[in-house]
Ligand binder design. Structure first.
Ligand code: ADP
Ligand code: MG
Length: 257
């Protein structure tokens, strides 16, 4: 077996007395579409926050392309090729669609953070590169023709796609999507699913948290189920669906919500 792209080993995150993630082991191979599911409060977003360096793990290790990234700063992790979207939309409402995407590219180009501020020679070429990459990302999410519109003029589904474009512009190896389909209507979900498949077809590994079971089961190759921070199982959508403990822990609670 080749080295997994992303590996979590005994990942544990505690907030005071609460263990939000409890000794989680996961291996995500290259080019996989992996889903992480579980009831509200299971610890899914906390896993993403640990991978992207927002929370420091209490215990355990996170390895990306064989390199230990545990506790590294978010900008370093992003520069290594890990991008994400957030559960709640985070856009600069009054900026244009294009500028919202360009923001995702700054600080990771050749000029780095320093270059983004002081603009040494060569920055023009970098700006051009960023504009091209931003255009490509917008095209991929079907928003290129709206590039000059204000972000807050977009529909909800478009805003969520814009966030994905912003994450993509850094040319990540892996894209973490936290509930990308939340609040979308069936047509928007269908379109999002096709888009994620297109992104995956370009070689970007996808790791997504999502509540819509049909969305997850149609899209993911492997599904991991989390409950109270603990992994219940990992398997293909069919394997997971037929796992009784999952039905009890996840679907049972879901009905009770
Ligand atoms: P999910 O995304 O699966 O709904 P979260 O990862 O957001 O769950 O939360 C898991 C648990 O950790 C919840 O009980 C939540 O209240 C708690 N939690 C998450 N972040 C923090 C934090 N910064 N401080 C304290 N508790 C937190
Ligand atoms: Mg969450």
């Amino acid at each position: 077996m080749s080295t997994p792209l992303l590996e979590l080993s005994g990942l544990t995150i505690r907030f005071g007395g609460l263990t939000a993630v409890d000794r989680l082991d996961m291996k995500i191979p290259v080019s996989n579409i992996r889903a992480l599911i579980g009831p509200n409060g299971a610890g899914k977003s906390t896993v993403f926050n640990a991978i992207t360096g927002i929370y420091r793990p209490t215990e355990g290790r996170i390895t990306f392309q064989g390199q230990d990234i545990t506790g590294k700063h978010p900008y370093r992790i992003s520069a290594l090729g890990i991008a994400r979207t957030f559960q709640n939309i985070r856009l600069y409402k009054t900026l244009s669609v294009l500028d919202n995407v360009r923001i995702g590219a700054h600080g990771i180009g050749r000029g780095g953070l320093f270059g983004a501020i002081v603009r040494p020679p060569g920055i023009k070429a970098e700006e051009r590169r960023i504009n091209e990459a931003s255009g490509d990302a917008l095209e991929l999410v079907g928003l290129l023709r709206k590039k000059d519109e204000r972000a807050d003029s977009l529909s909800y589904g478009e805003q969520r796609r814009l966030e994905i474009a912003r994450a993509l512009v850094s040319a990540p190896q892996i894209l973490l999507l936290d509930e990308p389909a939340a609040g979308m209507n069936p047509q928007e979900k269908e379109r999002l699913m096709l888009m994620i498949q297109q992104i995956a077809a370009r070689g970007v590994t996808i790791f997504l948290v999502e509540h819509d079971m049909k969305f997850v089961m149609d899209l993911a190759q492997q599904v991991t189920v989390l409950d109270h921070g603990r992994k219940i199982c990992t398997g293909t959508p069919d394997e997971v669906q037929s796992n009784l403990s999952v039905i009890e822990a996840y679907l049972g609670k879901e009905e009770a919500v």
